[in-house]
Write a protein that binds this ligand. Structure first.
Ligand code: FAD
Ligand code: UDP
Length: 373
């Protein structure tokens, strides 16, 4: 069979592009995926006890982009869900991102009120301040607060998650969870926040259910590419692997998920509890809080960050840090010279994309480059 496009990877990037190419251009695609399932890191499934779980960690959809929301809404209904996270600090559950409620949880009333007033006076209401910025304050009281948050929320978590301190990474990483001058306890303030009603995998199935799309699972594209008859390649895997690591290896971070089913209806107070300072894991997710599934048992996932090793585990996170981004740019130069190959997605772009950004970038690639030809 002759394909117009071979697409490497059946995650968001690969599936969105397959869907667009199949339905809008009426062209034939083959998706080659090395795992035994579609959905990439957003894959969910019913475990042995019948609880719907996210195999690669908690996935909460949130976006400001109406276009992305409308696009995905063709393939799924949604359950409204607004994520809230607590971090255990000295035995107490405290709201994260750290906000006015957090301040009132950890300090006595007078001190908390004084800090709240000072923050409002200095920065204004509703403002989000990355912790590394807040640490630059010259005000002594705010400095003490900043150091407290840095030590109790960020430092331990970062050492576990990344094996380094927050300031050793690009500020955008700790900036994802800024101090929020508000009483809004939600993790995200985006207009659209939801979980696919029947799960992510069902949404992906619907997306690629098209006569123009074929799927080959459990196959590394390098094992079959030479035997395929195709015009163009879309590559959503890690970029250094495509080039046989010829400029060196790009570092990634991985996680090990320890899933446990507990014989009670609920295990913890919410979907996600972080442990910045205690234990080897960073957080525990309880999926039923996300999916709203009714079940007499519940499944939780402990997340243990680990070093990524090619062939041993999966590259989940690019590590945004100057020297890594410089190496990526060199790979990007090679990528730009490849003829009839498009590189796209969290691994190929070496960018810490959320789901909505991934979809946005894939749609843009389709509209600006693929459909225009
Ligand atoms: P991927 O999902 O990684 O898909 C790439 C696919 O390519 C994979 O299936 C892989 O097996 C396949 N592949 C790679 N190499 C080859 C090869 N050589 N041959 C064949 N196939 C190959 N985003 C949010 O918006 N909200 C969240 O709550 C959220 N939580 C997250 C939690 C974790 C732990 C992680 C890791 C990510 C989270 N994300 C979240 C981000 C989200 O997972 C990504 O934005 C999205 O999955 C990126 O899609 P992608 O298609 O680019 O990559
Ligand atoms: N972070 C932290 N403590 C927390 C939550 C987050 O230090 O309690 C930092 C940490 O560097 C983490 C980053 O903020 O990697 C981004 O957090 P997010 O929840 O967005 O991580 P993800 O869900 O992408 O793993």
């Amino acid at each position: 069979m002759k394909y117009d496009f071979v697409i490497v990877g059946a995650g968001y990037s690969g599936c969105v592009l397959a869907e667009r190419i199949a339905t809008q251009l009426n062209k034939k695609c083959l998706i080659v995926e090395k795992r035994n399932h579609i959905g990439g890191n957003c894959y969910d499934y019913f475990d042995d006890n019948g609880v719907l779980v996210h195999k690669y960690g908690p996935h909460i959809f949130h976006t400001q982009m109406k276009k992305v929301w409308d696009y995905l809404s063709q393939f799924t209904d949604w359950i409204p869900y607004e994520h809230k996270v607590k971090a255990v600090i000295d035995g107490t559950e405290v709201t994260v991102p750290f906000n006015f409620n957090s301040i009132h949880t950890v300090y006595n009333k007078d001190k908390a009120q004084k800090l709240e007033d000072l923050l409002l006076e200095t920065y204004g209401s509703g403002v989000k301040i990355p912790i590394l910025k807040l640490r630059e304050t010259s005000n002594e009281d705010l400095k003490e607060l900043a150091e407290y948050i840095y030590e109790k929320v960020f430092l331990g978590y970062n050492l576990k998650q990344w094996g380094m301190k927050p300031e050793e990474l690009d500020p955008s990483v700790s900036g994802r969870v800024p101090v929020f001058l508000s009483r809004d306890d939600r993790y995200f303030q985006d207009t659209y926040q939801a979980i696919p009603k029947f799960g992510y995998t069902k949404m992906f199935q619907k997306m690629i259910n098209n006569k123009n799309i074929n799927l080959l699972l459990q196959t590394d594209y390098k094992d079959v590419l030479d035997d395929l008859d195709y015009e163009k390649l879309i590559y959503t895997g890690h970029i250094d692997y495509y080039f046989d690591f010829k400029l060196g290896r790009l570092p990634y971070r991985t996680l090990n998920f320890d899933m446990q089913t507990v014989n009670k209806e609920y295990f913890q107070s919410g979907a996600q509890i972080n442990y910045p300072n205690d234990h080897k894991y960073t957080r525990i997710t309880e999926f039923k809080h996300l999916t709203k599934q009714k079940h007499s048992k519940t499944t939780i996932a402990y997340e243990y960050p680990e070093e990524y090793e090619f062939g041993k585990n999966d590259p989940y996170y690019p590590i945004p840090k100057k020297e890594n981004l410089e190496l990526f740019e060199k790979y990007k130069e090679l990528a730009d010279k490849e003829k009839n190959v498009y590189f796209v997605g969290r691994l190929a772009d070496y960018k810490y994309y959320n789901m909505d950004q991934t979809v946005g970038v894939a749609l843009q690639l389709f509209e600006k480059r693929i459909a225009k030809r």
